[in-house]
Design a protein. Structure first.
Lengths: 304, 248, 368
């Protein structure tokens, strides 16, 4: 069964509905799946999540969560989903413990009842349970907010940009927690602007300007990258990039961490490129074939 | 690159009561360099940047920015630096032009200078048609590029960038970095924090803060070699995982 | 029910942990009452007045007795000669002098109009004005009383500005006013602010995606402020009775019941504000201009409604605190029963129902 079914969902803002935040999106998420909505700020991820959590009414299309319609059965959905908005929505002047207890009671449950579910996460912040939520660091707030969103054992969990502004270590830990939750059978929809997190999801949807560019497993998406991708480096990376962009057999070149990535046209030759770059005065030129990442795919899809 | 030191810190320390937020950090930043200032949340980056920008007095140690002392010459420091953060940079309810005008004005630039440079800048950012639109209506990526341009508008010697690219799409992020490279080429020193580890690779040198200390400082290539890993991501994880401080 | 209590508990935590605001909320009525009481009881109480009675007849001594009987003035000297006026003021024997001309008794009898003169030491203009106003009010009042016994009414030229302040203590009029203002502040403004704050921090989003019924959230938000209001009402009443000596002449039960009604009016206004605003600043601004200022200006507490231009008088009719102010003044000071204030009560009740309906209609169960 599908935990989430979205069909042609659209949402407009503005006085004349001129801002189209979400444009006819369709996708499905199977029960127990970890589904990532990947896209930059302003892509429409939050609007999509707010429609699915019944906070916004769609202008067009339909969607259901765990079999309940997001418009008609909104009360049913509110009973069975967990939602963690972008800004960790905690009561800053309540302590860690008070926040958790409060969220438990409003969902008509107790911390004790579902402790097993949040135990792994909560033990990390338990030493600070008397501390006010406002005094926690980003990483700890994130863990507390997740505990609060989980405390009623939701069927589907919506996490809107849980890792934004959080450092690499905390992000990694957070994804490890999500993996554990997934193994407990909870369907998870998570949105993120970090492309490198895509690989951790079962399936992903790449989102840009209110549209889904592509949906599939990370492997399917990277396999759809049709051109050859090279990685190139030399001693002067800035000049190198300009030279790559100017080169005939290169469709596109952009920096990518330690290397530059070059998307090649069909008739290219590594030897000729090497020769060209050395003639331009580059030293220690390294050219290698490389496998496209989600970020490469995203950029290619964006330009289509 | 001429090795002129433009930022120098020696034993720079900041204590909040018993808590040592920044613990005797020492480093030099060279003129025209892109200096990556990395660290986990709560490692002390923000506190360190505040001291360097003259917003907070150090508890101990020495530091100078563009030759000015961080204890006594904070006013001079503020005139020589530019600053941009992810959270606040531009007034959303002012137009693109008005924002540029305002920032030019607070740094005491002449009307002539502002006028000429505004035209050039709008052209450079392809924002000619958006000049009279409210900044709030622009996509995030454009805002960030504009914010950076505004931060270097008064031709500062150093610009501090605090997570400037968070949430920006991959294409715009690279355009943003092109602006950074250009600024660096023109001699402006870039001091940048980021959570994107691929961006760490773009820096000339990178420092990594752990528990208020600087535990590593070198070029990305040298750091990867030192820790025998193939990416800055792994260098960062390796170091950040040694943190004792449970974030405060 | 557990859900609800846990909500109310949380609200109390919010209030309790914001010590500064809590102090203002609880301290404000006390300070207001004391400031008003102190200022008003000190200013005109047994002020020294000198009388130069040139008429020396029955009518003039009646007027002098009237002044003497008032608790505001004590007669410091009876003058005999107009030359003494200057010296009396200069030597500070009196701050104000009542001059009754020799024709006073005759004029009153035959012309139905007479003049008296009030001379005050205006080196302290505020005190002088106050004293003049009080003295005129006493004379005015006296004239009105003799009017009722006489077929042809006197022409009255005295200023009517001080009419609202009759031969009673000033405290009588400001205790109901302070009550209206404090309730307004605590209930309207604070309720609006606390709900809008949850919108700002994003917690409202999470609340809406929970099974809690939105009305429950709202009522739970109101409960603590209802309680705070009781404390405030109690402290205002206790202070007025025991410190200012303003008695509660009417039924305490009626007074409290009316206060509860007004509290609910304010709460529903606060709710209405919270559903149409998204920032704490706007909420505060709307409640200040929408409720607080009208309470101060148009309820009759600071400026008498009777003296307002027609437009403002009409406007004052839609200000709930105007009716509450009238009710409290009647019940507390005049000792009126429900039969005297039922109309005002009905108006207030109607306004409350209207506000509640509007607030519930406007309340959003979603984000838009």
């Amino acid at each position: 069964m599908n935990a989430v079914v979205v069909h042609n969902l659209s949402k407009n803002y503005g006085k004349k509905n001129e801002i189209k935040a979400v444009k006819e999106i369709s996708f499905e998420v199977s029960t127990g799946e970890l589904f990532g909505v990947i896209g930059p700020d302003g892509a429409g991820k939050s609007t999509l999540f707010r429609m699915l959590t019944t906070l916004l009414l769609p202008d067009n299309g339909s969607a259901s969560v765990d079999g309940s319609d997001i418009v008609k059965d909104f009360k049913a959905i509110r009973n069975k989903v967990g939602y963690m908005p972008g800004r960790f929505s905690l009561y800053q002047d309540l302590s860690v413990e008070e926040n958790l207890n409060f969220f438990a009671t409003i969902f008509n449950t107790t911390v004790k009842k579902n402790y097993d579910l949040i135990k792994d996460i909560y033990v990390q912040i338990e030493p600070f349970k008397k501390r006010k939520a406002g005094k926690l660091s980003g990483g700890m707030k994130q863990k507390l907010a997740l505990s609060c969103a989980l405390i009623h054992r939701p069927v589907v969990l919506f996490l809107d940009e849980p890792t934004t502004g959080v450092d690499a270590v905390s992000r990694k830990e957070f994804w490890e927690m999500l993996m554990k939750l997934k193994s407990q059978g909870i369907t998870i929809l998570v949105s993120t602007p970090y492309m490198d997190e895509a690989g951790l999801c079962d399936r992903i949807g790449l989102m840009q300007n209110g549209k889904l560019l592509s949906v599939g497993t990370p492997k399917e998406i990277t396999a759809s990258f049709s051109q050859t991708l090279l990685e190139v480096k030399s001693e002067n990376m800035y000049a190198l990039l300009q030279q790559l962009i100017a080169y005939d057999s290169i469709m596109e070149a952009y920096s990518f961490g330690e290397y530059h990535h070059a998307v090649m046209k069909e008739n290219f030759s590594i030897e000729k490129l090497q020769q060209y770059l050395e003639e331009k005065g580059n030293k220690n030129v390294v050219i290698k074939n490389t496998v496209p990442t989600i970020e490469d795919c995203f950029m290619q899809l964006m330009k289509k | 690159m001429i090795n002129d030191i433009i930022i120098s810190a020696k034993g720079l320390t900041k204590k909040f009561n018993d808590f040592i937020a920044v613990d005797h950090i020492s480093f030099d930043v060279y003129k025209g360099e892109i200096f990556g200032f990395l660290g986990a949340n709560g490692a002390g980056k923000t506190t360190a940047i505040r001291m360097l920008c003259g917003l907070s007095l150090p508890s101990a140690g020495k530091a100078s920015v563009a030759g000015f002392d961080v204890y006594k010459q904070t006013e001079n420091i503020k005139k020589t630096i530019g600053y941009m953060s992810q959270k606040f940079s531009l007034y959303e309810d002012l137009t693109v032009k008005e924002n540029i005008r305002f920032y030019g004005g607070i740094y005491g630039k002449s009307n002539q200078f502002i006028k000429e440079k505004t035209g050039w800048l709008l052209q450079r950012l392809h924002l000619e048609n958006e000049a009279d639109k409210l900044v709030g209506s622009l996509p995030l990526g454009w805002k960030q590029k504009l914010a950076f341009s505004v931060a270097v508008f008064h031709e500062p010697r150093i610009v501090f960038l605090d997570e400037p690219t968070g949430g920006v799409d991959p294409v715009t992020r690279r355009e943003f970095w092109n602006l950074i490279y250009e600024a660096a080429e023109s001699g402006i020193t870039i001091f940048i924090t980021t959570h994107y580890m691929d961006e760490a690779e773009y820096c000339n040198r990178v420092s990594i803060m752990v528990d208020g200390r600087i535990d590593a400082l070198d070029s990305p290539a040298a750091l990867k070699q030192q820790y025998a890993v193939d990416s800055m991501d792994k260098v960062f994880l390796h170091l950040a995982r040694t943190a004792q401080r449970v974030d405060s | 029910m557990n859900q609800f209590f846990s909500f109310v508990k949380k609200e109390f935590f919010h209030i309790w942990r914001d010590k500064r605001t809590m102090f203002i909320l609880l301290g404000m009525p006390v300070i207001q009452i004391i400031i008003f009481g102190f200022a008003l009881t000190n200013e005109v109480k047994n002020a020294e007045i000198a009388v130069l009675d040139q008429s020396h007849d029955a009518a003039s001594s009646l007027l002098v007795n009237e002044i003497k009987a008032s608790r505001y003035f004590t007669i410091a000297a009876l003058l005999h000669n107009p030359d003494e006026i200057k010296t009396t003021l200069q030597e500070n024997k009196a701050k104000i002098i009542l001059v009754i001309p020799s024709s006073y008794g005759n004029d009153l009898k035959h012309l139905n109009a007479a003049q008296v003169q009030l001379i005050a030491d205006a080196s302290d203009p505020n005190t002088a004005t106050t004293l003049i106003n009080y003295a005129s009010a006493i004379i005015q009042d006296y004239q009105q009383r003799i009017n009722t016994n006489i077929q042809i009414p006197f022409a009255i030229h005295t200023q009517v500005r001080m009419l609202y302040n009759p031969q009673q203590k000033g405290a009588y009029s400001f205790v109901p006013g302070v009550m209206a203002m404090v309730l307004m502040l605590v209930c309207s403004m604070m309720t609006a602010i606390t709900i809008v704050r949850e919108k700002e921090t994003g917690t409202m989003e999470v609340m809406l995606v929970s099974p809690v019924r939105p009305m429950k959230i709202i009522i739970a938000k109101a409960v603590p402020y209802l309680l705070l209001s009781f404390i405030n009402i109690a402290s205002i009443l206790l202070l007025s009775v025991y410190v200012l000596g303003v008695p509660i002449n009417g039924s305490l039960v009626l007074l409290l019941a009316e206060s509860i009604l007004f509290t609910i009016t304010c709460l529903s206004f606060g709710l209405l504000i919270s559903s149409i605003t998204d920032s704490q600043q706007t909420a505060m601004f709307i409640s200040l201009t929408g409720m607080f200022l009208p309470t101060a200006m148009l309820s009759g507490f600071m400026f008498p409604i009777e003296n307002m231009p027609l437009a403002l008088r009409m406007l004052s009719n839609v200000v709930p605190s105007r009716w509450f102010y009238e009710i409290v003044r009647s019940v507390m000071i005049k000792g009126s029963g429900f039969e005297d204030v039922w109309m005002q009560t009905m108006i207030l009740l109607g306004m409350t129902l209207l506000l509640i309906i509007l607030a519930v209609k406007k309340f959003k169960i979603r984000l838009e």
